[in-house]
Design a protein around this ligand. Structure first.
Ligand code: GLU
Length: 470
């Protein structure tokens, strides 16, 4: 049997990271079993579905590298098929026309609420030959009135529902358009879906959907309902907690591999391994490793995972991933060797690619900013002499490489009987405008000779101004 999973988002907004995790689990499950993943857009809510959302979902999936084998299918293009399925259920006596007016249903609901009963359709038109009152009818599914239905959920175990709790739900509206429960079931059947892996917010829908599915003569797929993702406060993860859209994480400089790994681990485990290659995830992912309890989203851990990937990635791949973030800050990326050297020097110093690019500003072009506090603290009279000595040495240094640069700083410090560190930090402030950068020799190398000399001149002028304001 070929495993067929599915990812069926409703295109009503950006791709939420919870949905991305669902997509990932379906993708991993299929990929690890030579299966196929179907991608379909559940766009029957025409008011809320937009092309913009479809595009955002597609962009998110392609950024994450979650491809699919079939689709995209659009439910709005399958209305004929749904109509056929509704007719099949009507013909088989598994569905019926309901002519109840809005007023009647509202009154019924109020009555039930007043009696503290769960509001549900009372089956008025179920077996009522005289129900046709000329109102345009909806079609309702004839749910078995009693007994139970057991869903053998592969995460939760067996979950039992009372049929009496399930309504005769509407499967087609009075204008003939199908409702969600029907379209999902028909699609899962037609697309040969063998495994439904989805959020457990859908668990209560499953008994209803299984009744429809079986009434249409199909076999049940495997169901696995994965627990929701909560925010740090234990409430369902939402915008209140911060970024929830996949593309926001891209824009924050998270690597797709890092987000995938983090999401995979959020609700699934394989021993206590935290960092996985994609191949390892594909090889090891299984529903049996999915936790029963809901997971809690931890942005610090995501940043940590991202950092692990930034540190361990092949330099070429990291440079390619980082380049757009440098470009977005207006930093030039044409000099491939310079960019690679900067990225390599910064890879242990940044949690995100945005942070990396931002911290790398001093290595490109004239110094745009000087940290006033750092200048005030470090650029003092006492370092003017060694900085001047160093400036002279650097001016005639041709071998602009870490070793020679290091020696030059050391020599200048020694000439003034100072420790290297006492000179290196003011020097760092002078050439980068701040107190944090890679080691001083690498920093000087990356800043380049022309800029180093210019910035040392500016720093010396700054000190002179402090000592003897004109
Ligand atoms: N379209 C549904 C959603 O976005 C998915 C339904 C399902 O997985 O069955 O929540």
């Amino acid at each position: 049997m070929t495993v067929v999973t599915r990812f069926p988002p409703s295109p009503t907004g950006y791709l939420h990271i919870g949905s991305a995790r669902t997509a990932l689990y379906n993708w991993l499950y299929a990929r690890g079993r030579d299966g196929r993943m179907v991608f379909r857009l559940e766009d029957t809510d025409r008011e809320r579905s937009t092309q913009e959302a479809v595009d955002a979902i597609l962009e998110s999936m392609s950024w994450l590298g979650l491809d699919y084998d079939e689709g995209p299918y659009y439910q709005t293009q399958r209305f004929d098929r749904y109509r056929e399925a509704v007719q099949q259920l009507l013909d088989g006596g598994r569905a019926y026309h309901c002519y109840c007016s809005r007023e009647r249903l509202d009154a019924l609901r109020e009555q039930q609420m007043a009696a503290k009963e769960k509001p549900r359709y009372d089956g008025h038109c179920r077996d009522n030959a005289r129900a046709d009152n000329g109102n345009p009818p909806v079609v309702r599914f004839r749910t078995p009135p009693d007994g139970t239905i057991v869903i053998d959920d592969h995460v939760r175990g067996a979950v039992t529902f009372q049929n009496s709790e399930l309504d005769d739900l509407i499967i087609a509206r009075s204008d003939g358009t199908p409702t969600y429960h029907l379209t999902v079931v028909v699609d899962d059947i037609d697309m040969g879906v063998t495994h439904v892996i989805r959020g457990d917010d859908h668990l209560n829908n499953t008994p209803r959907q299984v009744h429809i599915l079986e009434a249409l003569g199909a076999d049940r797929p495997v169901y696995a309902h994965i627990p929701m993702i909560n925010g740090p406060d234990g409430k369902k993860l939402s915008k209140r907690h911060g970024a929830v859209s996949v593309l926001e994480y891209r824009d924050q400089g998270i690597l797709p591999q890092a987000l995938l790994t983090y999401l995979a681990r959020l609700g699934w485990s394989h021993g206590d391994q935290e960092i996985f290659t994609l191949e390892e995830l594909v090889r090891n992912f299984d529903i049996s490793g999915v936790n029963k309890a809901s997971a809690s989203f931890d942005p610090d851990k995501l940043a940590w995972v991202n950092q692990q990937f930034i540190q361990a990635m092949e330099l070429d791949a990291l440079v390619a991933a980082a380049a757009p973030y440098f470009a977005a800050l207006g930093l030039p990326t044409e000099d491939a060797a310079q960019l690679a050297a900067v990225v390599d020097a910064q890879r242990t110093r940044a949690k995100t690619l945005v942070e990396m690019a931002d911290k790398s500003r001093p290595f490109f072009g004239p110094l745009a900013e000087m940290d006033e506090d750092a200048a005030h603290k470090h650029l003092r009279f006492g370092v003017a002499a060694p900085l001047r000595t160093l400036r002279e040495a650097l001016a005639v240094l041709d071998d602009w490489q870490p070793e020679a640069l290091h020696a030059a700083v050391e020599t200048a410090a020694a000439a003034h009987e100072m420790k290297l560190g006492k000179v290196a930090q003011p020097l760092r402030v002078a050439v980068t405008g701040g107190t944090a950068s890679p080691s001083i020799d690498i920093t000087l190398q990356l800043v380049g000779k022309t800029q180093c000399l210019e910035r040392l001149d500016a720093a010396l002028a700054y000190i002179a101004e402090r000592v003897d304001p004109a």
